[in-house]
Write a protein that binds this ligand. Structure first.
Ligand code: NCD
Length: 341
């Protein structure tokens, strides 16, 4: 990468040095609501820019002025650890003023609707609103009401685009590319926005996606998603490059979808025996939060050679910086050598 990272002065100087060798490509999107809005080239460019931010985040001095003077509101109607923290860090590292709103401390508890809240916050002129909500379509609705950009940080079981981007970045940095890989997404596909966004992104980038789950945890029209469907881990994991495990999204389940947690772990929990069916160097991923002993065994989750679960968290900050940068500037300033390809 032709980016000069050896600058030890004030952040502004560093900012200029970092971006000087980047060539801009247009990013004609106001919002990031789902992966379907992005082309394969735009995804590649976002990942290239994210790589630059990974380098920045590993330096002692992590701050740029790219979003100086801009206001970012994080509006989280559902609990979140990783996503909320990383959006906050991402905005701050780019120099934005970041406000965190959570339902507990807001008028939502007093009965204000999503739209009323959105209009109130919109009146304060935020440049970006990051929203997480339990209803599918909430981010889209918000985007129709506000003047700034909206980023979907997870809406119901619908979409979680920045998670799919950070997963892609993690894979690309480990294995070099996404094209031609086989990825098994295992567990509660039915309720998972992570699965939906990953299926779209990986498909666009030329990876083969398998879903592995009991029939009760698959959506009705799963064959229309362009994936291979497996009901058992032995056939599902056979020769895959990536094993992506999902949490049982109990908060979205109305009724019993699995006979018992013990039974589920026995048939679908990732342990050494099941992992042995994947390629010998297959990577283990999980978006978090993990339920050890439910969908994944502790030994496998903590395997320093195979598990990239912590790396996913690190990539999350960089990817969210790239998304904020791209939406606010409507361009992707990516490394010169990538732009010339
Ligand atoms: C996921 C989410 O919230 O959709 N987590 C995350 O963003 N890191 C997955 C989950 O909650 O299981």
């Amino acid at each position: 990468m032709a980016v000069d990272l050896v600058v030890d002065h004030a952040s502004e100087t560093y900012s200029e040095a970092l971006m000087i060798s980047l060539a801009a490509t247009p990013f004609p999107h106001r919002h990031l609501l789902g992966i379907e809005d992005l082309s394969a080239d735009e995804i590649t460019a976002l990942l290239d820019l994210s790589d630059t931010y990974v380098d920045l985040n590993r330096r002692p001095e992590k701050k740029l002025g790219r979003l100086r003077g801009r206001t970012q509101i994080n509006l989280f109607f559902e609990t979140s650890t990783r996503t909320k923290t990383s959006f906050e860090l991402a905005g701050k590292r780019l120099g934005a003023d970041v406000i965190n709103m959570s339902v507990e401390g807001s008028a939502i508890k007093k009965g204000e609707t999503l739209i009323d809240t959105a209009m109130t916050l919109n009146a304060m002129q935020p440049d970006v609103m990051v929203i997480r909500h339990s209803d599918s379509g909430a981010a889209d609705l918000l985007s129709q009401k506000v003047n700034g950009s909206v980023i979907n940080a997870g809406d119901g079981s619908h979409a979680h685009p920045t998670q799919a981007l950070l997963d892609a970045l993690t894979i690309r940095r480990r294995l070099g590319q996404l094209q031609g890989l086989t990825v098994a997404i295992c567990g509660d596909i039915l309720h998972s926005r992570v699965a939906r966004s990953n299926i779209q992104l990986l498909g666009k980038m030329g990876a083969l996606v398998r879903v592995v789950a009991p029939p009760t945890l698959l959506p009705a029209a799963v064959d229309r998603l362009g994936v291979e469907v497996h009901h058992d881990m032995v056939s599902g994991l056979k020769n895959v490059d990536i094993v992506m495990m999902l949490r049982l999204q109990l908060e979205r389940m109305k009724g019993a979808f699995v006979p018992s947690i013990r039974e589920y772990y026995r048939y679908y929990g990732l342990d050494r025996d099941k992992l042995a069916h994947a390629k010998p160097d297959a990577l283990i991923m999980h978006p978090g939060p993990m339920n050890r002993g439910v969908e994944i065994d502790t030994e496998v989750a903590d395997d320093i050679h195979r598990s990239v679960i912590r790396e996913q968290v690190e990539m999350g900050v960089a990817v969210r910086m790239a998304c904020l940068d791209a939406l606010v500037h409507r361009t992707l300033e990516r490394p010169a050598e990538a732009a010339s390809q």
